[in-house]
Design a protein around this ligand. Structure first.
Ligand SMILES: Cc1cc2nc3c(=O)[nH]c(=O)nc-3n(C[C@H](O)[C@H](O)[C@H](O)COP(=O)(O)OP(=O)(O)OC[C@H]3O[C@@H](n4cnc5c(N)ncnc54)[C@H](O)[C@@H]3O)c2cc1C
Length: 461
């Protein structure tokens, strides 16, 4: 029976990072994966969607060629080639991660694992089962797309993100069910390519977990790209035929499309992995962990989507580092309170900390400042002036409570605020930091200056 210092269950951005970190710490490590190395993020999540979004943005730029001084013919989409490129991006990265695991001498065991004791995992390899023993176990089994049972899944016309990211071709038209982060990213992808797109969201606004400004910016941009948005509406029925699907919305409206894409949440993979046998407790739907990623059972850790309600690859990878360090005798902790959120729509949206509405509820006296991209030299050079940096801070202490960035490079710019918040820097310290010019991230400095009442480029625009 193979014996390890650390066994990791799942090879997503949580699992493979944990395995690499544990191996780097000198631990004899294995990583057990039932599907593809890289997990959801690399194969059917973050990476393929960003490859699609970038390609769609390039297509969108073609339609604006004259604005930049080009005479170009009518651009058309080669649907198969578009999706083939997406597949080659993920395949290349997957190969890279497999190489990293091999290079660090992590044993990759292919098969579905289940805990049979607090220090043992039985792996169904499809042939002879393998039992692995380990001093520490890190559970990183991730999550899967929700599949509401009333939808006609058998038709092949109803996709989850798994199918949408790996299809051989693009849909002719689409109903996106769910206007959260993922639904809005796909709506951007398709509408930007000129594909007839309808987004149906049961809540009153898109990306309801983010600041109102974000919802407004995304709704405006999707509308401008020709998408139809129905908020505050549920899908109550759907029929599939040879021609496509017909979705019935609350209130009687019918929407026809070649396909439906369902993006209404992702349940964590806590079933059939032996949690009960090992005595690992849940906290609601996810595995209960502390700030060291320790579960209720000594020696067993859990990370990523299976242990966090905030489902982000970067959080899974951070938890991986914390868990692997603890599992190899290097105490580490992280309260996981400062987690940037990215929505890669066009314009891009990124948030961190509290929204303006949440900050107002803390009882602290808050001050909000904005810097609009219209006043950014770089945004003007790009011809892309839609966006802003919004900073929310404690008026008395200058402590940054949250930020929202909308526009080009928003997810890069918000990272400066993340660093500032983690290190308890004040607005004044951010404003006093020299930023390279011209850049989009200058907007952070400008917003900080505006917050202090010394805006340089704000006011006129
Ligand atoms: C369309 C889409 C876009 C996204 N975009 C972003 C983004 O831009 N940025 C971002 O931060 N996040 C994004 N996410 C979320 C991100 O993908 C997840 O938060 C991240 O993948 C979670 O990592 P994980 O390691 O916890 O789990 P996963 O990536 O889900 O990996 C878990 C792995 O465990 C394996 N596994 C499960 N059970 C077993 C078992 N019993 N035995 C062996 N193996 C098992 C699975 O096959 C899988 O490979 C996106 C998600 C989707 C669906």
């Amino acid at each position: 029976m193979p014996t390890y210092d650390v066994a990791v269950l799942g090879a997503g951005p949580g699992g493979y990072v944990a395995a690499l970190r544990a191996a780097k710490r000198g631990a004899k490590t294995c990583c057990i994966e039932a599907g593809l190395v890289g997990g959801v993020c690399l194969n059917v999540g973050c990476i393929p969607t960003k490859a699609m979004l970038h390609a769609s943005e390039i297509f969108h730029h073609f339609t604006r060629a004259a604005e930049y001084g080009f005479r170009a013919g009518q651009a058309t989409v080669d649907s198969a080639a578009y999706m083939k490129r997406v597949a080659s991006v993920t395949a290349g990265l997957r190969k890279g991660v497999e190489g990293l695991l091999k290079g660090r001498k992590v044993d990759l065991i292919r098969g579905r694992g289940r805990l049979t004791a607090r220090d043992a995992i039985l792996v169904d390899t499809g042939a002879e089962p393998v039992e692995v023993r380990a001093r520490a176990i890190i559970i990183a089994t991730g999550s899967r797309p929700a599949r509401p049972s009333f939808l006609p899944w058998d038709s092949g016309r109803v996709w989850t993100t798994d199918e949408a990211t790996t299809a051989q071709a693009l849909p002719e038209s689409i109903v996106v069910v769910g206007g959260g982060v993922i639904g809005c990213e796909f709506a951007t992808v398709y509408s930007e390519l000129g594909i007839k797109t309808t987004v149906v969201e049961m809540l009153e606004r898109l990306v309801a977990n983010l600041d109102d400004d974000a919802s407004r910016a995304i709704a405006k941009s999707l509308d401008r790209r020709g998408a139809t948005i129905r908020t505050g509406r549920r899908i109550v029925g759907m029929k599939a035929s040879e021609a496509g699907i017909a979705a019935e919305l609350e209130g009687g409206e019918n929407v026809q499309a070649s396909h439906a894409l369902v993006a209404v949440g992702r349940p964590p993979n806590v079933e059939n992995i032996g949690l009960e046998t090992a005595g690992v407790k849940l906290d609601g739907k996810v595995i209960k962990v502390d700030d060291r990623c320790r579960t209720s059972v000594e020696g067993i850790y859990a990370i990523g989507d299976v242990a966090e309600t905030k489902q982000y690859a970067h959080l899974a990878s951070r938890m991986a580092v914390v868990a692997a360090d603890n599992a190899t005798g290097h105490p580490a902790s992280d309260p996981r309170t400062i987690v940037p959120v990215g929505v890669y729509t066009h314009p891009e949206v990124a948030g961190i900390g509290l929204s303006e509405a949440e900050a107002a509820k803390t009882g602290k006296k808050i001050r909000v400042a904005r810097f609009h991209y219209q006043a950014s030299g770089m945004a003007r050079a790009y011809g892309d002036t839609e966006g802003l940096v919004k900073l929310v801070a404690d008026e008395e202490l200058g402590e940054i409570l949250g930020a929202l960035v909308i526009g080009q490079h928003a997810t890069d710019a918000v990272q400066e605020i993340a660093l500032a918040m983690r290190n308890e820097l004040t607005v004044e310290e951010v404003a006093a930091t020299i930023h390279p010019h011209p850049t989009f991230v200058e907007g952070v400095m400008e917003a900080a200056e505006a917050w202090l009442g010394f805006a340089v480029h704000a006011g006129h625009y």
